[in-house]
Design a protein around this ligand. Structure first.
Ligand SMILES: Cc1cc2nc3c(=O)[nH]c(=O)nc-3n(C[C@H](O)[C@H](O)[C@H](O)COP(=O)(O)OP(=O)(O)OC[C@H]3O[C@@H](n4cnc5c(N)ncnc54)[C@H](O)[C@@H]3O)c2cc1C
Length: 417
């Protein structure tokens, strides 16, 4: 009980339209879109202003389109024209296909500057951004009603979980990775290279672990155009021995494979690894939606997620602006219609290539000729869907059917150990 003369100060919750937990591309996209239309948006980011994100920094044409839909140009990025796929001695240099609605170019944009650029655009659009503010959703009677951060309570009509790979904020909303589905792990660093301005990404599809087992995943060198390249390796959890896979060793062996041809300087920072979530148990509920990595929206066939983060963020904002009350349910349905089938096919594909002999023979086919490799690029980059005409669309439809039929045996014989 307050003593006489003392004031008892209980700060009232701060009311906003949208509260966003996480300031990566997904959180920035929802903030830019909604704040530009006049909504009151607050973003909580636990990292400091200009925080980095462990990533390959590669933007596929799909990501470039999503940025353009958000009004973001590529002036600060290094433009790319295509991808060089390497599988043992086979080298296929391919151009981005330019299939409508995606442009015929991609980009490399180091995340430290891409993410800051996006958050600055969110601020310019009128969003309030709190750096170094970890936030937790507040749930009352099964409904997300706000967030707590820095000892303060905020209430909002929509809570957006844009917090990346699963952590405490996800758990508070019952969001977790589906334990029956695959996920990825990847590691990267930067190094100087005289080839930093090249316009093709490079991916080596024939990695092997320390025991010589083929790794479902790839090693990459993505030229950033600023004197450096991003070099890393990633692997899917469907491989045998995944739990004991040493990513640092894999990175070292990939580096020694490509170091000479790229004349790589020493690592500019210690290689760092992070998770790639590829599924989720829930992506919406009363008063909230999960977007980007928090919703498991990563392409299992190539590990890209920046595009889906941007797309899902814009969608969440648009649906909220249209009708805040129905936004979470409609978000779940529309994301399902747009992405579920492709991502499910990708997950099935990752079980398939978890078997070394399938991976070996599949790769021979996938890069067997220039024409087939071009289709591989379209399918893996999600630049086609099952309604796309032409060879890429046909390949996608066939993959959908075959992998759906093989789903049970694939999971039953999963190579994972
Ligand atoms: C090694 C590696 C390489 C990759 N390469 C590529 C690539 O080349 N191209 C591509 O498209 N994708 C790539 N990806 C995937 C890509 O990085 C992600 O899909 C993308 O970052 C997803 O964006 P997001 O906004 O959903 O999440 P994030 O970028 O992870 O952002 C989430 C943010 O939330 C913050 N946060 C978390 N919890 C809280 C909390 N409780 N309160 C406040 N803030 C919180 C985090 O600090 C973080 O800043 C790669 C991933 C890895 C690991």
């Amino acid at each position: 009980m307050p003593l006489s003369g003392q004031t008892c100060r209980v700060s009232a919750p701060i009311q906003r339209d949208i509260l966003v937990i996480g300031g990566g591309p997904a959180g920035a996209a929802v903030a830019i879109r909604a704040a530009s239309a006049g909504a009151q948006v607050t973003v909580f980011e636990k990292g400091p202003r200009g925080r980095d994100k462990i990533c390959g920094d590669g933007l596929t044409p799909r990501a470039v389109k999503a940025l353009s839909d958000l009004g973001v140009g590529l002036d600060d990025a290094h433009r790319t024209d295509g991808l060089r796929m390497i599988a043992n001695k086979t080298v296929r240099e391919l151009e981005w296909p330019g299939l409508d609605p995606f442009p015929a170019h991609g980009a490399v944009w180091p995340r430290r500057s891409l993410d800051l650029h996006l958050m600055e655009l969110a601020e310019k659009a009128g969003a309030e951004v709190f750096w170094e503010h970890e936030a937790m959703p507040l749930v009352e009677g099964g409904r997300a009603v706000g967030v707590e951060s820095g000892g303060r309570h905020y209430t909002g009509d929509l809570i957006v979980l844009a917090a990346g790979a699963p952590g405490p904020a996800h758990a508070a909303l019952g969001v977790a990775r589906d334990p029956n589905e695959p996920f990825g792990l990847a590691i990267r660093t930067y190094a100087e290279s005289p080839r930093h301005a090249e316009r093709h990404l490079e991916a080596c599809l024939t990695l092997r672990d320390a025991n010589g087992v083929p790794v479902p995943g790839y090693g990459w060198i993505f030229p950033a155009g600023d004197g450096t390249v991003n070099i890393g390796v990633g692997a899917l959890s469907t491989m045998k021995g995944f739990k004991s896979l040493n990513l640092n060793h894999l990175q070292d062996s990939y580096r020694s494979l490509v170091g000479d041809s790229w004349q790589l300087g020493p690592d500019l920072e210690k290689p760092r690894a992070w998770r790639l979530p590829m599924s989720t148990t829930r992506r919406h509920g009363p008063g909230w939606v999960a977007i980007g990595d928090a919703a498991g929206l990563i392409n299992p066939m190539n590990g890209e997620g920046i595009d889906y983060g941007l797309e899902s963020g814009m969608l969440a904002a648009d649906l909220f602006l249209d009708d805040p009350f129905t936004a979470p349910d409609r978000y779940d349905v529309i994301i399902g219609e747009r992405l579920d089938s492709f991502l499910r096919t990708g997950r099935r594909f990752s079980f398939l290539i978890g078997h070394p002999w399938i991976l070996r023979s599949g790769l021979r086919v996938a890069v067997g000729t220039q024409a087939v490799a071009a289709i591989t690029l379209q399918v893996m980059g999600n630049l086609v869907d099952s309604s796309t005409p032409g060879a890429g669309g046909r390949a996608m439809r066939a993959a959908d059917r075959v992998l759906a039929a093989a789903d049970r045996p694939l999971r039953a014989t999963r190579a994972s150990a």
